[in-house]
Design a protein around this ligand. Structure first.
Ligand code: ASP
Length: 323
């Protein structure tokens, strides 16, 4: 490359930032949800995407790519063109899968650019409505006595339901039979239908079914009770004091996405998290938007790194891995 070409290329790179910032986005953006439609991650994504679409002036369209505990969808985004038009909305599984999977088709910290954190959703321990236990203590006793019969639904290794199920099984020292789905939307249909017995899933999927009496709830995995379901005890109150977990969600773009696009996306996310409709719906579903300072690329990137480190030892101690 001649010196002239190098200087010309450098000039273009300098121009690319402001020029892109003005025109981006000029067509619809795809937001990949790495689980089935109708589930809790999908619900969060659709709410936020709708508000972000208004700010960005372009549709943010959800694409559900379920399978392999969220790693299929994440892999699809890691390999997408880094032009700001393909995003990922994923949860804590983005961090836990880095240890759970012996081989991942991407490098979690290097192949994505963080956009910002979205919300930290509580989990609930729920069963089919005719499950023979009136509280968590009875549930644990029943599960221990019937461990070959009780089926635990989850969305695959790396999913939040898998993680919470793993923590329950660890806490009660009992291995259960699992039924694996592409997301807990379809798993919930089977729980309501009585085809499976037990699940631990985000309130963004369980609240409506609990309130409607379609399933039974035993505990929420937060230190305090939820204003949306004040009668539901915490895991500590119900007898599993060490089972506390929140399912944080964040938005990512493939590495190489221009910083100007990431910045615009992060600002649109921050606006979505201050949107009255999003706040109201989140509250009804038992969750809260992340504060503005956590909905930034730097805070999110740091959070993913610290969460990978935090869960590594827990997962290694449990000895649960996937290929
Ligand atoms: N709740 C699911 C999980 O277990 C994911 C989903 O369907 O949104 O990770």
């Amino acid at each position: 490359m001649s010196m002239k070409t190098v200087l010309f290329a450098a000039g273009l790179a300098v121009l690319a930032g402001p020029a892109l910032a003005q025109s981006y986005p000029d067509r619809p953006i795809t937001m990949v949800v790495p689980f089935a439609a109708g589930g809790p991650t999908d619900t969060v994504a659709r709410l936020v995407a709708q508000s972000m679409s208004q700010t960005l002036g372009q549709q943010v369209v959800i694409e559900n790519v379920g399978g392999a505990g969220g790693t299929l969808g994440a892999g699809r985004v890691a390999k997408a063109d880094p032009d700001g038009y393909t995003l990922l909305l994923h949860h804590i599984g983005q961090a836990t899968s880095a240890t759970l999977y012996r081989k991942l088709p991407y490098k979690t910290l290097e192949d994505f650019k963080a956009v910002g954190l979205v919300t930290d959703v509580p989990m609930t321990i729920v069963t089919r409505k005719d499950f023979p236990a009136k509280d968590l203590k009875e549930l644990i006793a029943y599960v221990k006595a019937n461990k070959d019969k009780v089926t635990l639904g989850n969305a695959g290794v790396g999913s939040a339901s898998h993680l919470c199920g793993m923590l329950i099984q660890e806490a009660i020292q009992t291995q259960l039979v699992t039924a694996v789905y592409k997301g807990t939307g379809p798993a919930m249909n089977d729980l309501v239908g009585g085809q499976i017995d037990l699940m631990c899933d985000q309130t963004t999927n369980t609240t409506g079914q609990i309130k409607g009496g379609a399933i039974k709830a035993y505990a929420v995995t937060t230190p305090k009770r939820l204003p949306s379901m004040p009668d539901l005890p915490t895991t500590a109150e119900a007898g599993l004091p060490n089972l506390q977990v929140g399912i944080w969600h964040g938005i990512y773009a493939p590495k190489g996405t221009p910083d100007a696009a990431i910045q615009k996306l992060s600002e649109a996310l921050q606006k979505a998290l201050a949107d009255e409709n999003v706040i109201k719906r989140f509250a009804e579903l038992g969750t809260l938007p992340e504060p503005k300072e956590r909905a930034t690329p730097a805070a999110h990137q740091q959070h993913v790194a610290s969460e990978i480190a935090r869960w590594k030892s827990v997962i290694e101690a449990a000895g649960v891995f996937a290929d």
